[in-house]
Design a protein. Structure first.
Length: 320
């Protein structure tokens, strides 16, 4: 495979000093060499920005942009403005890339003449690796979005995907959300039926679930991140409902009910009746779709009864 098509890789960097060098080594050792690597230092205070500069001096493929802290969405948007490649990818600086990731993704993109290539990933938790076995397939627009929601190992994150420049260069990530910006971004692209997506079942990305990350940390109160995630998933449910996409609607409603259940339990344990009432309302509206997915009637009855109890409790407290 000739390395004639340039791939821009956009990496938002914020206080990941302990993980950054290992990530950058995995990125620079890619078998595909024609890379335009854009590191956006989002106001790091732990020395991550200095590490970026050290690596920039070692490899001319790296560019470093420094900005005041504005969040992941703003950092990726800044990277998109600077991207020069005909294909664009995103990666998180506390993860790792398999050595042949971009070579394989660009091969698939060119052979199938598609707009997006999506691989699956390895999930590392405390040194133990987990992987799924999804099927490879070719889908269009909303069908592809539904597949990413339904199949956790393809995910609605952008980190395991390669995009043709033409389908995303005029798109932006929302900058007012602490989480869920990836799903919003993908939905804005895949709302068009003409967008061609190839799903590859190879595990080419290593997602490191760690304590303190946006998706794995435990918080002492219902946070803005959790509310942003519910907001994004509710928007996705409405999107599929509006275009009358049954499979997508069912998959998105199932995810929303699952997240609402988790938030309601947490709010109840914290005696936060406002958010318990909100979460339980979402859960009761969409829980049937989650129950259809888990296919365990006994557990479904227990969950339903527990949330009904929380709903009554939160309403009584709200009325006081």
């Amino acid at each position: 495979m000739q390395n004639f098509e340039k791939i821009s890789v956009i990496v938002p960097v914020y206080n990941v000093k302990n993980f950054l060098e290992k990530f950058l080594n995995s990125l620079l050792s890619q078998s595909y060499k024609n890379l335009d690597i854009i590191l956006v230092d989002d106001g790091s205070t732990d020395g991550s920005g200095e590490i970026c500069e050290q690596y920039r001096k070692k490899d001319e493929r790296l560019r470093v942009i420094h900005q005041v802290n504005q969040g992941v969405g703003a950092a990726r948007n800044r990277g998109l403005l600077a991207a020069e490649g005909t294909s664009i990818a995103f990666a998180d600086p506390d993860d790792e890339l398999c050595p042949e990731m971009f070579e394989k993704l660009i091969n698939i993109k060119m052979q199938n003449q598609c707009d997006i290539v999506c691989c699956t990933y390895l999930r590392e938790v405390s040194g133990i690796y987990y992987k799924g076995q999804p099927e490879s397939k070719f889908l269009l627009g909303p069908d592809a979005m539904a597949e990413m929601i339904k199949e956790d190992w393809y995910t609605t994150a952008v980190r395991n995907k390669l995009f043709d420049r033409n389908v995303i260069i005029e798109k932006t990530f929302p900058e007012d959300r602490k989480i869920g910006e990836d799903e919003y971004f993908l939905r804005s692209i895949l709302c068009e039926n003409k967008i061609r997506v190839m799903f590859c079942c190879e595990h080419l990305y290593v997602w490191k679930a760690r304590e303190g990350s946006a998706l794995s940390s435990e918080r002492s109160a219902v946070s803005d991140k959790e509310l942003d995630e519910l907001k994004t998933k509710a928007e996705t449910v409405r999107f599929f409902k509006e275009i009358r996409h049954r499979a997508g609607y069912m998959a998105a409603a199932s995810k929303l009910a699952e997240k609402a259940f988790v938030m309601t339990i947490k709010a109840y344990e914290l005696c936060d009746f406002q958010w318990a009432n909100y979460g339980s309302g979402l859960f009761l509206k969409y829980c049937i779709f989650w129950f259809m997915k888990i296919r365990r009637p006994g557990k479904a009855i227990i969950y339903f009864g527990k949330i009904c109890k929380f709903k009554i409790w939160s309403r009584r407290n709200a009325a006081k």
